[in-house]
Design a protein. Structure first.
Length: 372
């Protein structure tokens, strides 16, 4: 017998957050999130996204034992401003029992229909700045800090229940050359001179803060034509600053200004935290902070988290400047390889950035859709 229980208390919310810790406790590729961060993200009192969204969370029980979980999400900006009549679902985890999956998704259908919505899509977060997609390739790879890991049966369950693929994200492993050719160096220099561009380098986090809002503004301009796009609100920017600022190493950030001191491009790269988060197992104490700090200072792998380029400067060689800056940092820090974070399969412009770094597609993830 399968029973669904709606989460109504902080204690139950913690049970919701901790469910995958049991499901994946013997999986060497699953990277656990920080429990505190997950609690704050899902808590209506802590996450400002609830100004324009609502969510309900459910745990599924089979014969009295926790067997699955799901979040059902309605993003009002998406529905009212972008006219996408969609009910979202995320934080989907379950045992390998399709009846459990079916029971969880029935709740999505029920809520979607009650709100006169036309289709369901997931797994996704509250907005396009959060985790998305079920893993369909790369089951023997560690997930990054901003992606989910899934067993192969997740996608199979959804297909059997009538879902079809909606969006596909791909991830690449890149090799970092120890040297840049003179041709690339000259080209980067030429682009800087041609457009009177200035490269900013940072030594501490306070120097970055004045540019953060403009970075998110550039993200809105860079990605507004993609199918998953939902405009990033100022309160979300403030929230992401608070959530991720401690993970940033300022030396890995590149900003490019035009002659009017306007931000026209940036990239945020971080040392990989996957192995450190694996060791931390959801908690910063007693040793989680140590593992994360160690990963920040000594690492052979980095992750491209965000890159934004003003559409006016796309295709004009600005990426050559970014990559030359990154190469110098990687050599100095001993970074030998880089992982890209998920990028939409149709986003060919971004994928072209990696072509000189021997890209190997090592992960793929998809969202799935069903009409209500």
């Amino acid at each position: 017998m399968i029973e669904l229980k709606k989460i109504t208390t902080k204690k139950e919310l913690k049970q919701f957050v901790k469910f995958p810790f049991k499901l994946y406790k013997d999986c060497k590729y699953w990277v656990p999130p920080l429990t505190k961060d997950e609690m704050e993200t899902l808590d209506i009192e802590n996450n400002p996204v609830f100004k324009n969204a609502e969510a309900s969370y459910y745990l599924a029980y089979k014969n009295g034992k926790a067997a699955g979980r799901i979040a059902v999400i309605i993003n009002h900006i998406e529905i009212n401003e972008l006219n996408k009549k969609k009910v979202r679902f995320g934080w989907l985890d379950m045992i390998d029992d399709i009846e459990v999956t079916k029971a969880l998704l029935n709740k999505v259908y029920e809520i979607g229909k009650a709100n006169n919505l036309e289709y369901a899509e997931g797994p996704v977060g509250f907005s396009n700045m959060e985790k998305a997609g079920i893993l369909t390739l790369g089951f023997e790879e560690l997930n990054t800090m901003i992606t989910w890991y899934h067993y192969p049966y997740y996608a199979e369950h959804l297909k059997k229940l009538g879902f079809v693929k909606q969006a596909t994200w791909v991830e690449f492993r890149l090799q970092n050359p120890a040297q840049t050719t003179d041709k690339v160096k000259k080209f980067a220099k030429l682009i800087k001179q041609r457009y009177s561009l200035e490269v900013l380098r940072f030594t501490n986090k306070k120097q970055i803060l004045p540019f953060v809002d403009d970075m998110f503004g550039l993200l809105n301009k860079t990605y507004n034509s993609l199918q998953t796009f939902v405009p990033i609100q100022q309160y979300q920017i403030n929230h992401y600053k608070e959530k991720y600022f401690n993970f940033i190493n300022p030396e890995y950030i590149t900003c490019i200004l035009d002659q009017d001191k306007k931000l026209i491009a940036f990239s945020i790269v971080m040392p990989s935290f996957s192995k450190a988060l694996k060791k931390a197992n959801g908690s910063l104490f007693p040793f989680g902070w140590y593992y994360l700090m160690k990963a920040q200072k000594k690492n052979d792998t980095a992750a491209f988290y965000l890159i934004g380029i003003d559409p006016e400067y796309q295709g004009k060689g600005v990426t050559a400047i970014i990559f030359e800056e990154m190469r110098e940092i990687f050599v100095r820090k001993g970074i030998k390889q880089t992982e890209t974070n998920p990028e939409l399969e149709e986003n060919v412009a971004v994928q072209q950035l990696w072509k000189s770094n021997g890209p190997v597609k090592h992960k793929e993830r998809c969202t799935f859709r069903i009409n209500l």
